[in-house]
Design a protein around this ligand. Structure first.
Ligand SMILES: Nc1ncnc2c1ncn2[C@@H]1O[C@H](COP(=O)(O)OP(=O)(O)OP(=O)(O)O)[C@@H](O)[C@H]1O
Length: 598
């Protein structure tokens, strides 16, 4: 009962969405459904009248009835395509409304943890499949069901005039069909959910094979066959599940068809017997046969509609689940974060990605004073990028706090906090967009401000390279989406992409905190030197955090912090740390030696 109530409330939500998406289309569909629903009964009665008038030698009336039959025939031909068009249009609008709702909610998830959870991703995959088209059985399907009910009621009324027993039998035979169909659809959605991980993996392998980003390694290591094999294994798993469902489906449906045939056959024998004994006219027999066939067909259609609506609602439950998820990183503090005045403090910060995983940060205490340039160094996996992600509030510390001028950043809406930062990630994005857009997405308000974009490009020392591109800032940086006619799309070198990402970060020139995670990893020695000189100028007087394995680049920082084993193991200026002769001095000596021996 609770399940039924849940489904009913889901249906109400779908309907509200549908009504908002296109109320005139919905009303049009309703009108067509009523008209279409009356047609089979009108046809059955007119056929009976024609036959009876002919038998009773009333040719004029028979002709008139035949004219009526002609009209119902025309309507029967015209209504379905018109209705199909309205259905398709309504589905498109529903689809847009649902995608709008779903993707808005996803964009509202401010953290990263959900996107790293397989359970969440499986549910999301199901929610994406609950498209507007998939909801058709609930929206326009309801009209179809309404039309079928009108047909059914009128045919059953006709039938019960001729044989009440037969009307009851035909109706009763539909009950097992209804339950069997509901069980089948529940199984279908359950199987879809069970196969969701395989579906996602299949898409993943397929994209590795077809996407240009995977093409180099796939060819170099000869991975084509291997990846195709894995993709086909996932496909086999999916198809095994589908095959099982289809077999169950076929078995159940043939048993139900057999039941219908037995009922119809028995009815025919009774009608012929009754006509032979004079209790039914020839026209009655014709109407009876049409009514039995029509009622059975309508019942099958109705059961099918109910089952499909059931399936759509079970799928819609995933859409609802996603769109009604609470915020992942709630904050109930002030909506406005004032500009940084004193500094940022990490107070006894502990963090691990999951309770089952080891601690990455173990009680980090660190203050980044306003206007200070701080460098963070440490071996691979020391937790440097993790610390940056915590500063951006992609995750919250498991223990301890991060304070912005004394305000816990958990009390600040994440978007507010991020508005005050310029961050270059180690794994920055390369967008298949124009040069200007690649920089402009760093601050959407400046997307159309060419002057600001050019200034950012100049700060990242990529301006000259951009000017030599075929269309300058309007050059499409994509070989896959470039306009086929002009073929002006280009791709950049690794270092150029990195500078472009840096320009994107520096576009927010008024940001309070600049975070650069390996900003020069892909640059040549000369470019690295120049970029760091520019960044030093840009960072002067600003609060900045620089992560780099190139210790020559961090030596100018006001303070250097060495992270090891999840803790801060050394801190001080370059000279102080060299004097300390600890981990930093050891790493610096290794790098310096490397340069000397070359
Ligand atoms: N999303 C994640 N989920 C689970 N573990 C993670 C995740 N990201 C990083 N880790 C783990 O956290 C630890 C610290 O990673 P992090 O990327 O912060 O190191 P890092 O100091 O930036 O290293 P590198 O110098 O190689 O960039 C590593 O052991 C890594 O495996």
């Amino acid at each position: 009962m609770t399940k039924t109530r849940e489904l009913a409330s889901q249906a109400a939500v779908v309907w509200r969405l549908c009504w908002r998406a296109g109320r005139s289309l919905a009303l049009g569909q309703l009108a067509l459904a009523v008209l279409g629903g009356l047609l089979p009964t009108a046809t059955a009665w007119l056929t009976k009248f024609v036959v009876d008038d002919l038998v009773a030698a009333r040719p004029e009336r028979a002709l008139l009835d035949a004219g009526g039959l002609l009209l119902t025939g025309v309507a029967a031909g015209v209504l379905p395509p018109l209705s199909a068009y309205l259905q398709a249009e309504l589905s498109r609008r529903m689809d847009r409304a649902m995608q709008d709702e779903l993707y808005n909610r996803i964009n509202g998830f401010q953290g990263l943890a959900r996107f790293e959870s397989p359970g969440f991703l499986n549910d999301l995959n199901m929610a994406v499949q609950a498209s507007g088209g998939a909801m058709r059985p609930v929206t326009t399907g309801l009209f179809d069901a309404g039309r079928t009910i009108i047909t059914l009621v009128s045919l059953l009324a006709t039938l019960s005039l001729l044989s009440p027993v037969m009307a009851a039998l035909v109706t009763a035979a539909a009950v097992p069909a209804l339950f069997a169909s509901l069980a089948l659809t529940k199984g279908r959605v359950g199987t879809m959910a069970r196969l969701s991980p395989s579906t996602r993996r299949r898409v993943f392998y397929s994209s590795l094979i077809t996407d240009v980003r995977g093409a180099k390694e796939t060819r170099l290591f000869g991975l084509g066959g291997f990846l195709t094999g894995r993709m086909l294994t996932e496909l086999d798993t999916i198809q095994d599940g589908e095959r099982g469902l289809d077999r169950r489906d076929a078995r159940t449906r043939s048993q139900l068809a057999l039941l219908s045939a037995v009922v119809a056959g028995a009815g025919l024998v009774w009608a012929v017997y009754s006509a032979a004994s004079g209790r039914l006219s020839v026209g009655d027999v014709t109407a009876f046969v049409a009514a039995v066939a029509g009622a059975q067909g309508a019942l099958v259609g109705l059961v099918g509609s109910v089952a499909m609506a059931h399936q759509a609602l079970l799928l819609f439950a995933y859409h609802t689940k996603m769109t009604s998820l609470p915020d992942d990183l709630p904050s109930d503090g002030d909506a406005v974060l004032p500009p940084l005045r004193t500094g940022i403090e990490l107070r006894d910060v502990w963090f691990r990605y999951d309770e089952s995983k080891p601690w990455v940060l173990r009680g980090v205490d660190l203050t980044l004073a306003h206007g200070e340039s701080l460098a963070l160094v440490g071996l691979n996996g020391a937790g440097k990028s993790t610390l940056i992600k915590l500063l951006c509030r992609f995750y919250d510390p498991c223990r301890g706090a991060i304070l912005w001028d004394g305000v816990d950043i958990r009390d600040v809406p994440p978007e507010e906090l991020r508005r005050r930062m310029g961050v270059l990630f180690q794994d920055y994005m390369s967008y298949d967009l124009t040069v200007a857009e690649n920089i402009g997405v760093g601050d959407l308000e400046a997307l159309g401000d060419r002057q600001k974009i050019e200034a950012a490009a100049s700060r990242a020392d990529i301006d000259m390279a951009i000017e030599s591109l075929p269309r300058g800032y309007d050059t499409m940086l994509s070989r896959i989406f470039a306009d086929e006619d002009d073929d002006q799309g280009v791709s950049l070198s690794g270092g150029q992409w990195q500078r472009l990402a840096l320009a994107r970060t520096l576009l927010r020139d008024e940001s309070d905190l600049l975070i650069l995670d390996e900003p020069s990893a892909g640059l040549d020695a000369q470019a690295e030197h120049e970029i760091h000189a520019r960044l030093r100028t840009h960072r002067a007087g600003r609060t900045s955090l620089l992560v780099s394995h190139r210790l020559g680049a961090v030596r100018e920082a006001d303070r250097i912090v060495v992270l090891g084993g999840g803790r801060i193991i050394e801190r001080g200026s370059h000279d102080e740390l060299i004097g300390l002769d600890g981990e930093y001095a050891r790493l610096f000596a290794i790098q310096a030696d490397g340069y000397r021996t070359v």
